[in-house]
Structure formats: structure tokens, C-alpha cells
Design a protein around this ligand. Structure first.
Ligand SMILES: [Zn+2]
Length: 132
């Protein structure tokens, strides 16, 4: 392999994470990243970029829990200080919110993490070891 062929193309972390947040391929921004709710596609259906090298693991749920926890705590404190609220109201409002919100934001968070890993050539996203 020549030195010129080994030169790696520039990958923007911000652009890749934004495309991942939109659940799109971090390489082309057109293809779908997921083949199911949280199942990352093996490869992009437009450009063919391999996406199965990601290792997001538990990081997206940690981020989702942190974001949702801050929102729920803010809302509960605001409701408690601004209004007179029965305790059962918290159960009827905050419990569904605490279930629905993480499920709604998880794909975007996972997409951005996969985009981050792709842009930084982490795990299998980098050049193959056989080329070294
Ligand atoms: Zn693509």
C-alpha cells in the first residue's frame, strides 16, 4: 500500500455527531443508521459505510438518564414551589414522563455516540490492522 493511499480522510466530529443525532449515517448523512429502534445497521444503505464497528454499550442510557433526571427534578421542584400539588399528581405526571422521555431521546443519543466513535476512528472504524 502506498503512503498516499494510507492518508486518512478528515472526519469532522461535530458533523458526524449531528448526523448521528438525526439517526443518519455519519459518513454521508443520507442513509439510515438504525435498522430497528436501537439496532445499528450493519452498513449504510446509501454509501455502504460499515457501521457495525460501534461499541456504544451503556453510554447512551447513562446520558439519557442524566438529561431526563435533570428535567424531572427541575419540573418537580418548580411544581412544588410554584403550585400546591397533591403528591399523586407527581405520580400521574412524572412517572410517565420518566418512562417516555428516555425512550424518545435514546436513538438520537446513541446515533451521536456512534458518530463520535466513527469520526475518531474508534474500535473497528479505523483503518484495518492488516494494512499496517
Ligand atoms: Zn452513508
Amino acid at each position: 500500500m502506498t503512503e498516499q493511499a494510507r492518508t486518512l480522510d478528515e472526519r469532522s466530529v461535530g458533523r458526524a455527531m449531528w448526523r448521528g443525532t438525526l439517526c443518519r449515517c455519519p459518513h454521508c448523512g443520507q442513509g439510515k443508521m438504525f435498522r430497528a429502534y436501537l439496532k445499528v445497521a450493519d452498513a449504510c444503505n446509501v454509501c455502504g459505510e460499515e457501521l457495525n464497528h460501534h461499541r456504544a454499550d451503556d453510554f447512551p442510557p447513562y446520558i439519557a438518564i442524566t438529561i431526563v433526571g435533570h428535567i424531572i427534578i427541575f419540573l418537580m421542584l418548580h411544581m412544588d414551589m410554584a403550585y400546591r400539588v397533591e403528591p399523586i399528581t407527581y405520580i400521574w405526571t412524572m412517572v410517565p414522563l420518566a418512562i417516555v422521555m428516555p425512550l424518545a431521546i435514546l436513538p438520537s443519543i446513541k446515533g451521536s455516540i456512534v458518530g463520535l466513535q466513527w469520526a475518531n476512528r474508534m474500535y473497528g472504524f479505523g483503518p484495518s490492522r492488516s494494512a499496517d
